[in-house]
Design a protein around this ligand. Structure first.
Ligand code: 5RP
Length: 217
């Protein structure tokens, strides 16, 4: 295992320790979450109910014997755990490197606690583009023109909800909340990958020097 994979695993293992018997759990998406699922499975917890933010996560969970159900069947989650692409000092996070940010935000918002797990390369001084977007197919050229500069992400299929994955590549500026509000207010944008600090309960960052935990709420 490379150093980077070992760091992802360390963050994932620390978060897996937060999972308890009988919890309803939201499972994120990505290479860090790939380490989370076996770390949960090995604990042999009972009565765990899970929802997954992507088909890939649902398939890995099922292969590990972790029961996953439709999010239609669940109203609240006890805990959600997911990775991140960028983590700013003020707690703003960029997600959606895998194009799953819409489902990931829905799951995070439904959870009593949302834990973000990452290796130290995800910690940044300031958020920068690209900011992932999911766009409605209807009127796509007009939406892309309004968001300029913005590019459809090549090689990614539509999301499971039919949205197209794109990236806003313009300036983020010093106020992510302003950009988040602008993107949210743009017709045709399903949602964006900017996650405000208020959504996250804890950030677990694995560094070569050890695992760092930061409580946000
Ligand atoms: C997927 C995501 C991922 O959580 C994010 O891209 C981090 O992925 P990784 O753990 O592979 O670096 O938001 O949409």
């Amino acid at each position: 295992m490379t150093d980077l994979e070992a760091l992802k695993r360390a963050a994932a293992v620390a978060a897996a320790e937060e999972v308890r018997d009988g919890m309803i759990l939201g499972l994120g998406t990505g290479s860090t979450v790939k380490h989370l699922l076996p770390a949960i499975a090995v604990r042999g917890l009972t009565g765990l109910r899970c929802v997954a933010t992507s088909v890939a996560t649902a398939e890995q969970a099922a292969a590990l014997g972790i029961a996953v159900e439709d999010f239609d069947a669940v109203e609240r989650l006890d805990l959600a755990i997911d990775g991140a692409d960028q983590i700013a000092p003020d707690g703003w996070i960029v997600k959606g490197g895998g194009g799953a940010h819409v489902r990931e935000k829905v799951v995070a918002a439904a959870a009593d606690r949302f834990i973000v797990i990452a290796d130290e390369t995800k910690v940044v001084d300031k958020l920068t583009a690209p900011i992932p977007l999911e766009l409605l197919a209807y009127g796509l050229p007009a939406t892309l023109a309004r968001l300029d500069p913005c590019d459809l992400r090549p090689g990614l299929p539509p999301s499971p909800d039919g949205g197209l994955i794109a990236d806003y590549t313009g300036p983020v500026g010093d106020d992510p909340a302003a950009l988040a509000a602008l993107l949210s207010a743009t017709p045709g944008v399903v949602d964006h990958g900017l996650f405000p600090p208020g959504l996250t309960s804890e950030i677990i960052v694995a560094r070569l020097s050890g695992v760092e935990r930061r409580l946000l709420r």
